[in-house]
Design a protein around this ligand. Structure first.
Ligand code: NAP
Ligand code: ZN
Length: 350
């Protein structure tokens, strides 16, 4: 075992605080990474506060990890010491089920292993995430990060990037499509950038009038204040696809009624309590679809990172020191994030 350190929550109400723990020694197929940067996802907050009811304490959140390889197991061939790499939301899966065989490890039929709060097969313990000095990960779950990308601003691609890229690709978003992105937070701002880069006409829906100018700069063609019924009504029956990233329960009908016949709204936001059920007629009258999507597989995550390197896409970030993490959570709850906090891990006390 190797001694690691980071920041953990020890109970739902406790602020995150310094925490020491052990990582497994890298096995033959493992890569050890010294973490440079870790993005702050709303899922980290949901988990730290046990909002999904499944947190095992103490929990070390963080699944938008960028760092450099500091050790490799004897069988590792793809990664070299010093290489810039990333780790996203998963660190393992069964590798034998039909989903894993298709490169869709996030839908592993035996359950994927989350980067934190997941059952670690090798030790029988639980996984600890990226708010830490280092991490040990099976090579299959390590991603290559191009030197063309700023490493701090690339970190959020590992969750916010892939969680928006994957559904945009699955529903074949591209030129000639009118696409809505709901919520301009970490996921939403990546959704705007990626949908724009894929050639779609992008409309951003926000509850925050102060974000309109930013959304247009990020690549939205139009911005709609979703609480303004008159503005919403102008877009009725006009969208091919809507990606909803909102982290709180809200009225889905307001958005479903904006879809064209056969249009789809995909939910990626994961609130702690359910959305009110939408009206069935909103679905059946125009054969509309309501769907969900979970992060993305490893192959697709690498494809997304390469797409971002090619198109010069990273996240708009606010770099913070690790002792600012609790304030960052409070600001995230007020939708006051522009547009992803990233922890500079050099601020972590040894
Ligand atoms: P975030 O940065 O906090 O952004 C969420 C945005 O939703 C806010 O900036 C805000 O945008 C909007 N919003 C928040 N509360 C709202 C409310 N009451 N009504 C309407 N809009 C509201 O969060 P994030 O990191 O992007 O994560 C978003 C959600 O996705 C979280 O639930 C997270 O757990 C989940 N998630 C899911 C996956 C997946 O695989 N499906 C992966 C990662 C994260 P405006 O100010 O523009 O309205
Ligand atoms: Zn996340």
């Amino acid at each position: 075992m190797s001694a690691s350190y980071g920041y953990a929550a020890v109970s739902p109400k406790a602020p995150l605080a310094p925490y020491r723990f052990d990582r497994r020694e890298p096995g033959a197929h493992d890569v050890q990474i010294d973490i440079l940067y870790c993005g702050v996802c709303h899922s980290d907050l949901h988990t730290a506060r046990n909002e999904w009811g499944n947190t095992i304490y103490p929990t070390v959140p963080g699944h938008e990890i960028v760092g450099r390889v500091s050790k490799v197991g004897s069988q590792v061939q793809q990664f070299k010491l010093g290489q810039l790499v990333g780790v996203g939301c998963m660190v393992d899966s069964c590798q034998t089920c039909a989903s894993c065989a298709e490169g869709l490890e996030q839908y592993c039929e035996n359950g994927f292993v989350g980067t934190y709060n997941g059952p670690e097969k090798q030790t029988g313990g639980i996984t600890y995430g990226g708010y830490a000095n280092n991490i040990v990960v099976h090579e299959k779950f390590v991603l290559r990060i191009s030197d063309k990308l700023d490493p701090a601003a690339a970190a959020p691609l590992l969750c916010a990037g892939i969680t928006t890229y994957s559904p945009l690709r699955h529903w074949k978003v591209g030129k000639g499509h009118k696409v809505g992105i709901v919520g301009l937070g970490g996921l939403g701002h990546m959704g705007v950038k990626l949908a724009h880069a894929m050639g779609a006409y992008v409309v951003l829906f926000t509850t925050s009038p102060g974000k309109v100018a930013d959304a247009l700069k990020l690549g939205a063609d139009e911005v709609v204040i979703s609480k303004d019924e008159a503005q919403m009504a102008q877009h009725a029956n006009s969208f091919d696809f809507i990606l909803n990233t909102v982290a709180a329960p809200h009225n889905l009908d307001a958005f479903l009624s904006l879809l064209k016949r056969d249009g789809t709204m995909t939910l990626v936001g994961a609130p702690d309590t359910p959305h009110p059920s939408p009206t069935v007629f909103n679905l059946i009258l125009q054969r509309r679809k309501l769907a969900g999507s979970l992060i993305g597989g490893i192959k697709e995550t690498q494809e997304m990172l390469d797409f971002c390197a090619e198109h010069g896409i990273t996240s708009d970030i606010e770099l913070i020191k690790i002792d600012e993490i609790n304030q960052a959570y409070e600001r995230m709850l007020k939708s006051d994030v522009k547009y992803r906090f990233v922890i500079d891990m050099s601020s972590l006390p040894a």
